[in-house]
Design a protein around this ligand. Structure first.
Ligand SMILES: NC(=O)c1ccc[n+]([C@@H]2O[C@H](COP(=O)([O-])OP(=O)(O)OC[C@H]3O[C@@H](n4cnc5c(N)ncnc54)[C@H](O)[C@@H]3O)[C@@H](O)[C@H]2O)c1
Length: 325
């Protein structure tokens, strides 16, 4: 997709972070943009921002992407306000929480997978038939993560959901080709956003977490994500990826090299010799990380980020994120 002018975009999570960056970039490209978000305060701030630009056509909808009936209503509202289903659907909303895999509760899985995978499925089932029936072609992007390309000891529900959407987008990429609908999956690393505040929208019914989440860990996450890529810069890379119709958009200088390393890891995991090779690679990487810690991780230990809920005393300390000290 190369021409965006006058077309309709629907962005989940469009009122903050990566989604807001997308709203800014695609609105500047002449699109009519719907921003759908669960947080009213984020929507209010975003609407106030776009009001300053007289040419921007931005419509805000309060939506919980895990609510299918509400999603259908949001789709109806989009057609009513902008006269068409979206030609660009951006499944961007997501949440995260980190802690030892073995401490994860059903509620940790239900919440994170419910939003990061279930919300994407709801977006696809709601909009794909409408986009096909409209017969205008279009484009769909889901925001995954580097976390979806590798599993980590403290990222179980998040990585599982993000891996699933990578696979799902490859499926839709092939399935939607005959309809002139392109599909991509964006896999960023750190982005400068409000994702550290994810627990603020966690439903009460799914509050029982096995992770250590409190104001200290949230403050640490705000600090950590402040080192990420600027959301507008990321959205510009995304726009180029859409123009080039690249399936997996890796927003890094050498995406092919990066993917080759990731695939190499999987290859190594298939034989005994490879397992040894991979263990050596990991040990070297760990050594490098000790020598040159990643910026933004300072304060993680003190905040207890990535730890289990304190009363889960059976969780081995060595399994906790803090072992990286
Ligand atoms: N921040 C990062 O470092 C990073 C890295 C890789 C991938 N991502 C992904 O980027 C996407 C956007 O996140 P972000 O970093 O911009 O965070 P963000 O918190 O700034 O923005 C996400 C928005 O989604 C909304 N949201 C959360 N749950 C929702 C729901 N159930 N229904 C509707 N809206 C909901 C939030 O209210 C928020 O406004 C997510 O899918 C995230 O997993 C983020």
């Amino acid at each position: 997709m190369k021409d965006f002018t006058g077309k309709v975009a629907f962005i989940t999570g469009g009122a903050s972070g990566a989604g807001l960056g997308q709203a800014k970039v695609f609105s500047a490209a002449g699109m009519k943009v719907v921003i759908a978000d669960i947080r009213q305060d984020h929507l209010d701030e975003a609407v106030a921002y776009f009001k300053k630009d007289k040419k921007a056509q931005v419509h805000a909808i309060k939506l919980d992407i895990t609510d299918r009936a509400a999603f259908a209503k949001a789709a109806d509202e989009t057609e009513k306000v902008f006269g068409s289903p979206p030609q660009l659907l951006l499944n961007t909303a997501g949440v995260n929480a980190f802690g030892p895999a073995e401490a994860s509760t059903f509620e940790d899985y239900d919440w994170i997978i419910g939003v990061c995978l279930g919300g994407v499925i709801n977006g696809m089932v709601t909009f794909v038939p409408r986009m096909i029936k409209a017969g205008k072609g279009g484009y769909i992007v889901t925001v995954s993560s580097m976390g979806g390309l590798m599993g980590g000891p403290t990222t179980a529900p998040y990585s599982a959901a993000k891996a699933a959407v990578i696979n799902l987008m490859e499926t839709y990429f092939t399935a939607l080709k005959p309809y002139g609908i392109g599909v991509s999956c964006l896999c960023p690393a750190g982005i400068k956003t409000n994702i550290g505040e994810s627990s603020y929208t966690r439903p009460k019914a799914l509050a029982a977490t096995g992770y250590n989440t409190n104001e200290k860990t949230i403050a640490f996450m705000r600090h950590h994500y402040s080192f990420g890529i600027d959301p507008v810069e990321l959205a510009k890379i995304l726009k180029k990826g859409i123009e080039d119709e690249v399936l997996f958009i890796l927003p890094f200088p050498e995406p092919e090299k990066m993917m080759r390393n990731l695939v190499e890891r999987m290859v190594n995991y298939t034989t005994a010799e490879g397992m040894k090779r991979q263990a050596e690679i990991e040990a070297k990487r760990q050594e490098e990380r000790q020598k040159h810690p990643m910026p933004g991780l300072e304060g993680a230990l003190e905040a207890g980020w990535g730890n289990a809920r304190p009363d889960l005393t059976w969780v081995k300390k060595s399994q906790r994120f803090s072992r990286k000290k």
